[in-house]
Design a protein around this ligand. Structure first.
Ligand code: HEM
Length: 504
């Protein structure tokens, strides 16, 4: 059959035109609304480096944040999806607190049928189910003396392993520490992460928590193309992790129920809930509380509690190694508090350590573990431009809160790249700095593990600083490059430090 080159040429041109139309479809969204935005390019909009796994989303968002200086908000495109970025911390707080009713959902999408454990995590829940969720229980049952006991034990192990090695990777040490604290508090069983570096528990958590190409692709597809993800039945939690967790939890629950074992931990509270159908003192009855619900609660603790805290803790150790004066002052404060309270590292010692509070807050500001936050606008919302013009953001728009960019904006934190705990001293009344601190979010959906996180961070850091001196090693990075894979802002090159045992 003779080839009609003329017709073929036209068909190719039409196909290319349609493809171009598809790829650029929607790129007029911000222009039509009159919202300032950087020019998008085909095919990735403004996030090519994220899609090609060259940079972390927070770094690309930071470029846009700086490019749009002077604007309280701006738009950009994630591939073809229009995304609104709020640049003004006051506006951020307004939508997280006062106008929460229009922004109560996080953007991330999880398919309940495919990922029943993750779908029960309050972070991924939306609308009514979120309001009815039992996530608030997380902070309830953990008594400080119990945490203290575990943390002391584990921090001692951390110290021992540090003593044995010259130059250790702080992210790994801290991850093993928080894994042990969290698994002991959540499940009442030791993960053995510190003692046995190949603990099965740690390996399983690494499959979901460690940045890797597999999980970042799963997250990216479910985030950017939720319908496609459902169509190809893409799950976020690997099936082996689901089975492992479900198996560990249901076996432990059965053992406790059959043998009448009682422990003062989070799992016990969940077992009681399953047995009685209500939570003491809550006056609230639960319909059905299954082993899957219990696994999901435990998983929430693990997924949201281990890596966030270990990331914050490792960056703090890194800054202490680079700032011997700050480290020395912190050690002196802790030694004095120890002396005052009879030589035992207790809740009172930690409570008396104001400077410890300041250094932790400063580390979380400078190296915010989780950023940006992503919310969904659930009802049309009016925003006012600097010109006085009002624009209406339609329901369904994704809204980005670039916490790490706000935290390093000289407008709110002068000399923002410097590690300076004085910013958070009780005498420092700088209204901008404190208002702009958003490491745990704000409002009804802020981090429910904040108290727990700070407690485990304080115990871990205090024990290390009291027993060893932190110093930079030849491999300590001078500047931080964020690992492009994964949700959290981990250091790509590793936080290598030396731990020198102190002789008392
Ligand atoms: C330094 C450690 C931590 C940091 C920096 C951190 C940060 C955050 C942030 C920024 C959010 C989102 C807030 C928002 O959207 O407004 C969040 C939510 C959450 N965090 Fe944390 N977190 C930490 C530790 C923990 C721990 C230890 C747990 C559990 C034990 C936990 C459990 C949660 C949960 C369940 C949510 C979802 C709350 C909801 O949407 O209702 N976090 N966290």
């Amino acid at each position: 059959m003779a080839v009609d080159w003329w017709t073929t040429g036209w068909l190719v041109l039409v196909a290319l035109g349609l493809l171009w139309r598809y790829l650029t479809w929607g790129y007029g969204f911000w222009r039509r609304l009159g919202v300032p935005h950087p020019a998008p390019s085909v095919p990735f909009g403004n996030v090519a480096d994220v899609m090609l796994a060259r940079r972390h989303f927070s770094e690309v968002a930071d470029d846009i944040y700086r490019q749009m200086e002077g604007q309280p908000f701006c738009g950009f495109y994630r591939v073809r999806q229009p995304v609104l970025m709020l640049r003004d911390p006051e506006l951020v707080r307004t939508i997280m607190i006062r106008d929460f009713a229009s922004f109560h959902d996080n953007f991330f999408h999880v398919n309940e049928e495919l990922d029943p454990i993750l779908a029960r995590n309050p972070f991924f829940m939306k609308g009514e189910p979120w309001k009815m969720s039992t996530g608030g229980m997380l902070t309830g049952p953990i008594s400080f003396p119990f945490l203290l006991h575990v943390a002391m034990d584990d921090a001692q192990h951390t110290y021992q392993s540090c003593k044995m090695m010259d130059g250790v990777e702080a992210q790994r040490i801290c991850m093993r520490y928080t894994t042990d604290v969290v698994t002991t508090c959540a499940l009442g069983i030791k993960g053995g992460a510190l003692e046995d570096q190949k603990s099965e528990m740690l390996e399983m958590f690494n499959l979901i928590l460690e940045p890797n190409t597999n999980s970042s692709i799963r997250f990216m597809i479910t985030g950017a193309f939720p319908r496609l993800a459902s169509l190809i039945r893409l799950r976020i939690l690997p099936v082996e992790v689901h089975n492992f967790l479900y198996d560990v939890v249901s076996r432990t629950v059965a053992k406790r129920q059959h043998e009448g074992i009682y422990r003062n931990d989070y799992l016990q509270m969940l077992v009681d809930l399953k047995t009685k159908g209500y939570l003491d003192g809550s006056g609230q009855e639960l319909a059905i509380f299954t082993d899957l619900d219990i696994t999901a609660q435990v998983m929430t603790f693990i997924a949201d509690g281990i890596h966030t805290s270990s990331t914050g803790m490792s960056y703090l150790l890194y800054e202490l190694a680079r700032h011997p004066d700050v480290q020395q002052r912190l050690r002196r404060e802790l030694q004095e508090a120890l002396h005052k309270h009879g030589g035992q590292l207790t809740y009172d010692v930690i409570n008396d350590a104001t400077y410890l509070d300041m250094v932790i807050t400063e580390a979380l500001r400078l190296h915010t573990p989780f950023s940006p936050m992503e919310k969904l606008c659930t009802a049309p919302y009016n925003l006012t431009m600097p010109s006085g013009k009002t624009v209406t953001i339609p329901a369904g728009t994704v809204v980005i809160l670039p916490t790490s960019s706000i935290h390093t904006d000289p407008q709110y934190y002068p000399n923002p790249r410097a590690f300076d705990p004085e910013r958070f001293s009780p005498d420092n009344k700088d209204p901008h700095g404190h208002m702009a601190f958003l490491a745990f979010g704000a409002g009804p959906r802020s981090c429910i593990g904040q108290r727990f996180a700070l407690s485990q961070l304080k115990m871990g850091v205090a024990t290390i600083v009291l027993h060893s001196e932190l110093r930079p090693s030849a491999r300590t990075p001078k500047a931080i490059r964020v690992n492009p894979k994964g949700l959290l802002r981990l250091c790509r090159d590793g936080l290598w430090l030396n731990f020198q045992p102190l002789h008392h």
